[in-house]
Design a protein around this ligand. Structure first.
Ligand code: ARG
Length: 701
C-alpha cells in the first residue's frame, strides 16, 4: 500500500505486540535498479553512529496503557542538566490498533542540532542514513511551552532518541506518552454547506507520518468553491518550495502544493460546486500542516461587491487605484484615474501626495521626484533653501547651513560645521563622507585610518520580505543568545572585542537579567541558527553598556555596547562594519540593507538562515508624520512604504548597513516599529552618527 510514495526504499519495523509476546517483522520493498549500492551503504552505516562517537548508550522501553499517561524525560530532568556524550533510546509501544501520542511540555537542549538532538522515528529502530532518513522530526534548542509540540505515530510504535556531545548546561526535555485508538485522529470526509473550515490532522501540532486524507467539498448548486489556506506549513528537508512536491503535499483540483507559504497566499477556486482536497504525508519528516477555509462563491460573480484581481483574488474596491499593490500582481493599480489629491505618475500609477519629493522613487519612473528642488539656475540646500548656482563654493555660506560650500575640494581652511568632516588634526574638510573612500582628503590622511571594515567576501552586497543571505555576506552580523534560550537580538561587530546593539535588548525584566554580561553568549560568523559550523565563534561577554539616556517609553537613545570576554580573530566570516563619522550623510532615498534572524512576518517565527532585505532611507519629516510624531532626532527611518519589507521581532540590535563605495557603514541599529512591514509604517533605527563620540569614549574604537 505504499506505492503512492516515491520513496526509493522502505524498511519498516512494526511491533505486533499482544500481552507480553512481542514479535517484529521486517518488510522490504523494491529498491530501484542502480540504487542498491547506496541503500547497502546506508544500511551498513546504521547504528554505527553510536560507536563512532563513543557515546554512552542507554535504552528504555515503555508500553502505554489505556487511559493512562506515561512520561519520559532526559536523565536528571528537571534537577540537573542532561549527561554529556550519551545516546539514549526510548522504545514506545501501544496496544494493537492504537497509535502513540508524544506531547513535549519542555524542550530545552543545546542550540546546535549537530551536537545535541532529539529524533523521533515512526518505528522501533533507528536508521542512520542520509537520503533515506525517515525520522519524522529532529529537534534541538529551546521550544516555547506555549506552542504545542506533539507527535503522533502511524502505527503502535514510536522511537525517541536523544544524543548529546560534550558537557553542556541545558535542562533537557520532558514529554507525556499516551495511546489513542487508531482512527480517533481522523481526517478527510465530506464537507457540505456554504462555508466551513478544516485542518490537517493534529493541527496546530505536527501531523502524523504516513497519512492520507481526502476531503470532498460540496457547496450549493450553481456556486463555485473557493478555498483559502490560512496557515500552510509542509516543509521538508530535501523538498524545495515550488518544486514537484514529491514528499508531503496538499492537492487541490489536481494541483499540488508543498513547502511553507505565507498566510492567505494559497487560494484555489473550482469550476464546479465541488472540490477535492488531498493531504499526503510520507514516512519521513512531519510539519505543523495547514488550516483551511472554504466558501461558496457565485461562479459568474466571484468577487461580489469587490474588485477581482487578474490572479483571482478579491480585494475591497476602495483598494483599487490607491497606490498600493493589494492584489500582489499589481492588477489593482493599472489603468487608474487618479484622484486630485494623488500624484499621477507618468506610467499610469497613482500615489499618495505625501510621497512627493521624499527622496524615494515611488512611481517607479521618478515622476514623484521631479520638480522637487529649486527653479533652474538655483540649487537646493540641505535645509531646502534655494540659492543661486553662482553661490556654490564661493566661500560664503549662502544656504545658512553651509551646504553650498561642501564638496568644493578644499582640504584646508574650511570652517567646521555640522556638515564638515573633522580630521584628526582638528581641521575640517568640505568633502562629504570622505572616510575610508580610498582617497586621503585630510592633510594628515586621518580620513583613511582604521579602514579595515565594512567589506565582505561578496562584492554585492526572514526580516519580513527578505531572502537568505550567503554565508559571510554580512560578516559583522552577530546573533545574541540568552544562554539556554536561544537567539534574542542582533548586534554588529565594530572591533575585535566590541559589539553594538540596542539598549532595549539589554533591559532587565522580572525573569531575565538582560543587563548582565553573564546572561548572554554572542555568536559571530553564524549563518544558520543551530548550525555552529567551523566559521562560528561563540563568546561570552565581559561588559554590557547600555546608553545612560535610553528611554524605555520613547526608545530614545536605543543603543548599547558589548565587550567580548576575549578578542576574536577576523576571518572571511567575521569582520567589522565601518562606523560613520558624526557628519556622515545617509540621504533619504538611498539603499540600505537590513539583516537578522528575526520573525519573517508580524507575529511569525524566527528565521533559521540569516535574512537580508533591501530598504531605503525615508525622509525624516515624512516618517515623523507617518509615525505620529514619535521620532526623536536620534532616530531614522528606513523601509518600503508599500509594506511587505521590514525588520521584525528578533532583528533588534542588528545593523542597518549602508553601502558607500566598496564598504558598508553602520547607519542604524534596529530599534522599533509599528507591527512589522505594514504599509506606511517604516522601521525605526537608532541614528549611529549621533553616538560616534560615545562609542569612542566607551570603547576607544
Ligand atoms: N523591537 C523589535 C525587537 O526587539 C524590533 C522591531 C523592529 N520592528 C520593525 N518593524 N522594524 O526585535
Amino acid at each position: 500500500n505504499r506505492e503512492k510514495s516515491k520513496n526509493l526504499f522502505t524498511f519498516c519495523v512494526f511491533a505486533l505486540s499482544e500481552g507480553s509476546v512481542i514479535s517484529y517483522y521486517l518488510s522490504e520493498f523494491d529498491v530501484p535498479q542502480g540504487q542498491e549500492a547506496s541503500v547497502d551503504s546506508a544500511m551498513s552505516s546504521m547504528d554505527k553512529l553510536v560507536d563512532k562517537e563513543q557515546r554512552r548508550y542507554m535504552q528504555f522501553s515503555m508500553h502505554t496503557k489505556p487511559n493512562e499517561i506515561g512520561q519520559i524525560q532526559s536523565p536528571g530532568f528537571p534537577n540537573s542538566a542532561y549527561p554529556p556524550n550519551t545516546f539514549i533510546q526510548w522504545q514506545l509501544r501501544a496496544d494493537p490498533k492504537h497509535i502513540i501520542k508524544l506531547d513535549f511540555d519542555t524542550m530545552n537542549l543545546e542550540e546546535d542540532c549537530s551536537n545535541d538532538f532529539i529524533k523521533i522515528y515512526d518505528s522501533l529502530r533507528t536508521l542512520v542514513c542520509d537520503a533515506l532518513c525517515w525520522s519524522h522530526a529532529v529537534m534541538c534548542g529551546y521550544h516555547s511551552p506555549s506552542q504545542p509540540l506533539t507527535f503522533l505515530s502511524s502505527g503502535n510504535v514510536m522511537l525517541v532518541t536523544m544524543a548529546s556531545d560534550k558537557e553542556n548546561d541545558y535542562p533537557g526535555f520532558r514529554a507525556k506518552v499516551s495511546q489513542v485508538p487508531r482512527g480517533t485522529v481522523t481526517c478527510g470526509g465530506n464537507l457540505m454547506g456554504e462555508k466551513g473550515t478544516f485542518t490537517s490532522p493534529n493541527f496546530p501540532s505536527y501531523y502524523p507520518p504516513r497519512n492520507l486524507c481526502q476531503w470532498s467539498i460540496q457547496v450549493p448548486n450553481g456556486n463555485a468553491v473557493k478555498l483559502t489556506f490560512k496557515t500552510f506549513l509542509l516543509s521538508e528537508p530535501g523538498q524545495k518550495d515550488g518544486e514537484d512536491c514529491l514528499k508531503d503535499y496538499v492537492q487541490v483540483n489536481g494541483k499540488k502544493f508543498c513547502g511553507e507559504k505565507p498566510e492567505g497566499t494559497v487560494t484555489e477556486t473550482s469550476q464546479t460546486n465541488t472540490m477535492e482536497v488531498v493531504f499526503f504525508s510520507d514516512a519521513s519528516y512531519v510539519d505543523r500542516g495547514f488550516n483551511a477555509s472554504y466558501e461558496a462563491i457565485n461562479a459568474k460573480d466571484p468577487c461580489p461587491k469587490q474588485f477581482q484581481c487578474r490572479n483571482q483574488r478579491c480585494i475591497k474596491t476602495e483598494l483599487q487605484c490607491d497606490g498600493w499593490n493589494d492584489c500582489g500582481d499589481m492588477s489593482d493599480e493599472l489603468d487608474c484615474k487618479c484622484k486630485p489629491q494623488d500624484i499621477s505618475c507618468k506610467n499610469g500609477l497613482c500615489k499618495p501626495m505625501f510621497w512627493k519629493c521624499d527622496g524615494v522613487d515611488d512611481c517607479g519612473d521618478q515622476t514623484d521626484e521631479l520638480n522637487c528642488g529649486c527653479k533652474s539656475g538655483l540649487v537646493t540646500c540641505k535645509n531646502n533653501e534655494c540659492v543661486s548656482e553662482k553661490h556654490l563654493c564661493d566661500g560664503i555660506d549662502n544656504c545658512g547651513d553651509g551646504s553650498d560650500e561642501l564638496n568644493c575640494g578644499r582640504s584646508t581652511g574650511v570652517l567646521c560645521s555640522d556638515l564638515t568632516y573633522k580630521c584628526k588634526n582638528n581641521k575640517c574638510i568640505d568633502t562629504v563622507n570622505p572616510e575610508c573612500d580610498g582617497t586621503p582628503d585630510c592633510e594628515d590622511g586621518s580620513d583613511e585610518e582604521n579602514c579595515d571594515c565594512g567589506r565582505s567576501l561578496f562584492k554585492t552586497s526572514r526580516i519580513v520580505g527578505g531572502e537568505n543571505t550567503q554565508d559571510g555576506e554580512f560578516p559583522w552580523q552577530v546573533s545574541l543568545h540568552v544562554k539556554g534560550a536561544g537567539h534574542v537580538c542582533g548586534a554588529s561587530i565594530i572591533s575585535p572585542q566590541w559589539l553594538v546593539t540596542a539598549a532595549h535588548c539589554v533591559q532587565d525584566d522580572p525573569r531575565t537579567r538582560y543587563s548582565q554580561p553573564g546572561t548572554w553568549e554572542a555568536y559571530l560568523g553564524l549563518h544558520i541558527q543551530g548550525n555552529t559550523a567551523k566559521n562560528v565563534v561563540k563568546r561570552n561577554l565581559k561588559q554590557v553598556i547600555a546608553h545612560p539616556n535610553y528611554n524605555a517609553y520613547t526608545y530614545d537613545n536605543d543603543i548599547a555596547l558589548m565587550e567580548l570576554d576575549s578578542p576574536v580573530t577576523y576571518s572571511d566570516y567575521i569582520r567589522p562594519i565601518c562606523l560613520p563619522s558624526p557628519q556622515h550623510d545617509f540621504p533619504a532615498g538611498s539603499t540600505v540593507w537590513i539583516t537578522g534572524w528575526g520573525a519573517t512576518r508580524e507575529g511569525g517565527f524566527a528565521a533559521k538562515v540569516l535574512q537580508k532585505a533591501e530598504v531605503r532611507i525615508i525622509n525624516y519629516s515624512v516618517c515623523n508624520d507617518l509615525m505620529k510624531a514619535q521620532l526623536t532626532s536620534r532616530m531614522l527611518c528606513a523601509g518600503v512604504l508599500t509594506g511587505g519589507v521590514d525588520a521584525c521581532q528578533g532583528d533588534s540590535g542588528g545593523p542597518l548597513s549602508s553601502p558607500s563605495g566598496s564598504r558598508m557603514f553602520l547607519a542604524g541599529v534596529v530599534s522599533w516599529g509599528d507591527g512589522c512591514a505594514r504599509r506606511n509604517k517604516p522601521g525605526i533605527y537608532t541614528t549611529v552618527t549621533k553616538f560616534r563620540g560615545w562609542v569612542k569614549e566607551k570603547t576607544g574604537v
